[in-house]
Design a protein around this ligand. Structure first.
Ligand SMILES: Nc1nc2c(ncn2[C@@H]2O[C@H](COP(=O)(O)OP(=O)(O)OP(=O)(O)O)[C@@H](O)[C@H]2O)c(=O)[nH]1
Length: 327
């Protein structure tokens, strides 16, 4: 138990090319002084410039330039984590800055599914920097930007000086519509409220409730009428689900729809179990974790938010409804 208590907090900073990740990282480090931060920088390609741009005040910067964290995670990353763990007395937090085209869920996956890594490190949140002026273009032209936005717990809309206040407002609404679970904050030059950001994170069971509650406000469809053809919808279940049966289908979803489903996250009730079961897709897997206990007064309703491209709610609804059981 004590090792769980002392796990090292991990934060992922992602965001499309040039969105302001390094600028934000420097702000983070400055704001948290005298805390010591261990930074893992991932550069895709031969030249590794980001490391040189990071300000003083970090305990250590490890640069991983052998390949994208997203595409060749394998050994290099685990070795770096092992090294980071050995030095754990020397710093307070671990921050991983991904490349501008990384899929951050591949990194999240390691922290949630590798038992050794999970024992020593605690995934706190995925922070995604968004370039206010360019993000619409990136969403139209790439899939990476959407994957990053879909997997984030916090969306930091940077470079607000490059757009009008009206546009900024509509962009923030659009981002909330895409990822209803994420907190959306706008700012400039990477300056964002770190304390507020550190409080977020839906991966931790305890915080799933308020965040899903926020999703209620955007509980409508953004399918074919959305210019990016991005679909976000929420399935609600008024009864418990048979997790064993469901698991087979969940795995089918992530295999069959892996190019379309970018994120699924939420919680369900299962018969006779006292806690919410948190379900989330992380890359090609579905992970079920323990959530907060149900209170007697709760009607055990489950909710799952789907984010992807061209997903049809009705089909998923039908599939899930097959697994509804009496509580
Ligand atoms: N106008 C404007 N420029 C900004 C702002 N924030 C950062 N920049 C500039 O945007 C450029 C990219 O910032 P970085 O922090 O290097 O972005 P990054 O996401 O780390 O970039 P990559 O690692 O190349 O993907 C730099 O020239 C920054 O000075 C902002 O709020 N407004």
């Amino acid at each position: 138990m004590s090792s769980i208590m002392n796990r090292i907090p991990v934060h992922i900073i992602t965001g499309f090319l040039g969105a302001g990740k390094t600028t934000f990282l420097n702000h983070f480090i400055k704001e948290r002084l005298p805390e010591r931060i261990f930074v893992i920088e991932n550069e895709c390609g031969a030249t590794n410039v980001d490391g040189a741009l990071i300000m003083d005040g970090v305990e250590e910067i490890v640069e991983l330039s052998a390949g994208c964290l997203c595409c060749s995670l394998a050994d290099g990353f685990l070795e770096i984590l092992e090294e980071a763990y050995k030095q754990k007395e020397q710093y307070d937090r671990l921050i991983i800055e991904t490349t501008g085209i990384a899929d951050p869920t591949s990194i999240v996956e390691v922290f949630l599914t590798n038992p050794l890594v999970e024992k020593y490190f605690e995934m706190e949140q995925v922070v995604c920097l968004v370039d206010a002026g360019l993000v619409e273009d990136w969403l139209n032209e790439t899939t990476e930007a959407l994957r990053q936005i879909a997997s984030a717990d916090v969306l930091l809309v940077n470079k607000q000086d490059t757009v009008t206040p009206q546009y900024l407002q509509s962009l923030k609404t659009q981002l909330s519509n895409i990822n209803p679970q994420a907190q959306v904050i706008s700012g400039i030059k990477g300056v964002f409220p770190i304390d507020e950001i550190l409080k977020t994170g839906v991966i931790k069971p305890i915080s799933i409730e308020p965040i899903t509650a926020r999703a209620k406000h955007h509980h409508h469809e953004h399918g074919d009428n959305n210019s990016h053809k991005i679909t976000t919808f929420t399935l609600t279940f008024d009864k418990p689900l048979d997790l064993n049966e469901l698991q087979l289908d969940l795995n089918r979803i992530v295999q069959l729809y892996r190019h379309q489903v970018y994120r699924v996250k939420g919680f369900i009730a299962i018969p006779g179990y006292p806690n919410r079961v948190i379900l989330q897709s992380v890359r090609n897997t579905f992970i079920a974790t323990d959530g907060t206990p149900w209170e007697d007064a709760d009607n055990r309703e489950g909710k799952l938010v789907f984010i992807g491209r061209g997903l049809k709610k009705a089909g998923f609804e039908k599939m899930f409804n097959r697994h509804l059981v009496e509580g």
